[in-house]
Design a protein around this ligand. Structure first.
Ligand SMILES: [Zn+2]
Ligand SMILES: [Zn+2]
Length: 290
């Protein structure tokens, strides 16, 4: 209402009026014309919680204050965010099922029993290590194999880093990465509690490392993945550094660690091969090219 951009304020007021007319907070959830299969509530909850958390954070502690919330490409990223949340039931299924179908042979009840009987906190730490090791391997594959890079290049096409840029991930990239990262967790048989705790942790941490924030963490930066660490993964140069999400030590072990004192000067892919619009990004990896 206070903004100079009256169009934005008026559309917000119109949306609030419509929401109130539809029943406001009294409206039953999940009964609107069979939307149960779509993660509409999941999308709305997440966009609200994440925006309330990250927009003020990026305003107060901005690394690039001039960037703004509505920087170029924000709508494309919001569409990525929206579609991946609406399809959450499909993508979760595609993430979990392959492990159970293709790796049931690798399951040993005795090993699973021993792992699941450990304290929850210990299991959580182990999950972070195991998951990040496989995420590292899969992530490097997506950079090294040209066919996979087509899909992963969409994520690297962001030229502005912020919390919303984290959601620019091609659906194929997201599903394949998560499904492969889930395999060792399934085979080792961690308890559901620590696995759920990890899912919450990874969803926030993966967004945080993209955020437009200037936080520095001193000695912790060498141990835990920070915005500066992942921003260098998105730098135009050097490329192919910092593949881990949570544990930079994995990159140090495999010689891909890159952590200068400053943040990168530019993000994206040299030559900008990826189209800017959402639908174009979705079909781009499937298109024949010379
Ligand atoms: Zn990457
Ligand atoms: Zn990223």
């Amino acid at each position: 209402m206070l903004s100079r951009r009256t169009r934005l304020g008026l559309s917000a007021i119109a949306l609030v009026v419509i929401a109130t007319l539809l029943g406001g907070s009294q409206a039953p959830i999940g009964t609107l014309g069979g939307t149960r299969a779509l993660g509409l509530d999941w999308f709305l909850l997440n966009i609200l919680v994440l925006a309330m958390l990250f927009v003020p954070l990026e305003r107060v502690f901005a690394r690039l204050p001039e960037q703004g919330i509505f920087r170029p490409g924000w709508l494309t990223d919001l569409l990525h965010f929206g579609v991946s949340h609406l399809l959450v039931q499909v993508t979760v299924l595609l993430t979990l099922v392959p492990a159970a179908v293709f790796f049931r042979w690798a399951v040993h009840p005795a090993i699973q029993g021993a792992i699941a009987s450990q304290p929850a906190l210990l299991q959580f730490v182990e999950i972070v290590v195991v998951a990040d090791l496989s995420e590292y391997a899969v992530h490097r594959l997506f950079h090294a194999v040209p066919l996979l890079w087509r899909f992963h290049a969409v994520h690297h096409s962001s030229e502005a880093m912020d919390w919303l840029a984290s959601s620019r991930i091609h659906l194929v990239d997201a599903v394949v990465t998560r499904a492969l990262a889930f395999v060792p967790l399934y085979v080792l048989g961690f308890s559901t509690g620590p696995v759920y705790a990890y899912l919450v942790f990874v969803s926030f941490h993966a967004i945080f490392v993209h955020a437009n924030v200037r936080f520095r963490f001193g000695i912790l930066e060498r141990i835990v993945g920070t915005p500066k660490f992942h921003h260098w993964h998105h730098a135009t140069a050097p490329i192919d550094r910092n593949f881990a999400i949570h544990l930079p030590i994995i990159d140090r072990v495999f010689g891909t660690y890159w952590m200068p004192e400053h943040f990168p000067a530019a993000y994206g892919i040299d030559g900008e091969p990826v189209p800017r619009r959402y639908l174009a990004q979705l079909v781009w990896p499937f298109q024949r090219r010379a």
